[in-house]
Design a protein around this ligand. Structure first.
Ligand SMILES: [Ca+2]
Ligand SMILES: [Ca+2]
Length: 397
């Protein structure tokens, strides 16, 4: 204060953090003794926006390269340029609630930013967070920090084996059997890309025989297969990125063809009669009866072989192994009225059935006409024109 003019000057600059001042001023004149009066002067510090401290962090954007950064890598440092202030008094606080899975750590005292979790530019190329900056003396203020992740964007998309994926499954596979695990060719992609698997279509549509684990891609059997009913199943599987918030979305459709393999689950069933009749003078080596069976399997599992197991006294009868046609090898023993043959029909998978066939011998040498062949079935090719000859039935008079 100038003692003559009364001008009051600042000796140092004031900040927001300074408290208000009061001081007493004594005024006196030159009389002897002087007249005196003391007044209290209050100085109020008024905030001046143009001169307020800036709490914006610098830099406001950091960048990290996924190919070189590992957990613990320093991304960079943020700071607030505060004139005349010791920066170490400031603290930095990141509000992580605004950013799920924020794979970075900001040191509250130094402003150093480190990598603390997996980063992948393909999945997420930018993190945008609020950093709260303040100190014991400065009211906290939010500031925006953007961390960019650079690297191989989109370069590591999952790829899958050949489409369609064909798998062969035996029809007798148990429910719960794991028949396939869908997995990207490059296994390392799996951890970067959390994938979701869904069956979007099954054909035939009325059979929902399969179920897929949404996370693991494990395809399981949930209903019994039956080769005889449905030999081929087609599944359309949607594989997509599991994280809807990721920057880079991925989705593809895969076709899985399930080829059901036949299993020998049917034994031959006799369809022909269990009794036959033959004249005692029937010519030798001429079929007089046709044994036949049905086997609902396919291929070798349905190819049947016929044998006479028992009752063929003196080897009177023979059976054609393939056709099941019974013939006489020898004339029946004179006076014998019947034979009981045990016929076995065995398929290529060694399942079999047996039938006891009673053969009555007519001794009368009857004069009645009779068929030469007693075939029970005729084969007719489709598309044969009408009036085509399909067989000639021969009769012995
Ligand atoms: Ca069979
Ligand atoms: Ca079968």
């Amino acid at each position: 204060m100038d003692r003559w003019s009364g001008e009051v000057h600042l000796k140092r600059s004031l900040g927001f953090e300074d408290s208000n001042f009061t001081f007493s001023v004594k005024i006196s004149d030159s009389a002897n003794p002087p007249h005196e009066v003391t007044e209290v002067v209050a100085v109020q510090i008024v905030s001046d926006d143009s001169n307020q401290l800036s709490l914006d962090i610098t830099p406001s954007e950091l960048s990290v390269d996924e190919t070189s950064a590992t957990i613990g890598s320093l991304v960079g440092s943020i700071a607030v340029p505060v004139a005349g202030k010791n920066g170490s008094e400031l603290f930095y606080f990141v509000d992580k609630n605004k950013e799920d899975d924020f794979p970075f750590y900001v040191n509250a005292a130094t402003g150093d930013v480190f990598v603390t979790g997996p980063i992948n530019a393909t999945l997420k190329s930018s993190y945008d967070v609020e950093v709260t900056v303040g100190s014991d003396e400065i009211a906290p203020k939010s500031s925006r920090l953007v961390i960019k992740v650079t690297g191989n964007i989109g370069g590591s998309k999952p790829s899958f084996p050949t489409d369609p994926i064909v798998i062969r499954v035996p029809e007798n596979s148990r429910i719960g059997t794991r028949i396939l695990v869908l997995s990207p060719n490059d296994k390392s992609v799996k951890t970067i890309w959390p994938l979701k698997y869904q069956i979007v279509e099954q054909s035939p549509s009325d059979t929902t025989s399969f179920d897929i684990n949404e996370k693991t891609g494990e395809l399981k059997l949930v209903k019994s297969l039956d080769y005889e009913k449905v030999a081929n199943h087609l599944l359309t599987v949607k594989v997509s990125s599991n994280d809807d918030s990721a920057d880079f979305q991925y989705s593809t459709l895969l076709t899985v063809a399930v080829v059901v393999e036949d299993v020998n689950d049917f034994q031959p069933i006799f369809l022909s009669s269990d009794s036959a009749e033959i004249s005692s003078d029937h010519p030798l080596n001429r079929p007089f009866f046709n044994v036949f069976v049905a086997d609902e399997d396919s291929g070798d599992w349905s190819v049947v072989k016929y044998v006479i197991r028992e009752g063929n006294v003196d080897g009177v009868f023979s059976i054609d192994e393939k056709s099941g046609e019974l013939s006489l090898q020898k004339s029946p023993v004179v006076g014998r009225s019947s034979y009981q043959l045990t016929i076995r029909a065995e398929d290529g998978g060694q399942l079999f059935s047996e039938q006891i066939l009673k053969i009555n011998i007519r001794q009368d040498s009857s004069i009645a006409p009779k068929f030469v062949d007693r075939k029970m079935s005729l084969e007719v090719a489709e598309n044969l024109p009408a009036i085509s000859r399909i067989a000639t039935l021969q009769v012995i008079a």
